[in-house]
Design a binder for this molecule. Structure first.
Ligand SMILES: [Zn+2]
Length: 61
């Protein structure tokens, strides 16, 4: 499985902006032809969510 990164709303940088973190326990979901990934932040364990293209979603399988 490929590594996936997403913005974590809990891990913020010095400018208080969400930072990109590695997503773990990834679940790919398809709804009405739209793909998304749900998982947890490898750093803080918080929930993460990311919209995926179909191509990217297929790669994660
Ligand atoms: Zn985090």
């Amino acid at each position: 499985m490929q590594e996936l990164k997403a913005l974590c709303m809990s891990d913020r940088d010095a400018n208080n902006k969400p930072t990109m973190q590695v997503m773990t326990n990834i679940i790919i979901e398809e709804k009405n032809g739209r793909y998304s990934a749900k998982g947890q932040c490898a750093k803080c364990g918080g929930n993460m969510f990311k919209f995926m293209s179909k191509v990217d979603a297929e790669k994660m399988k």
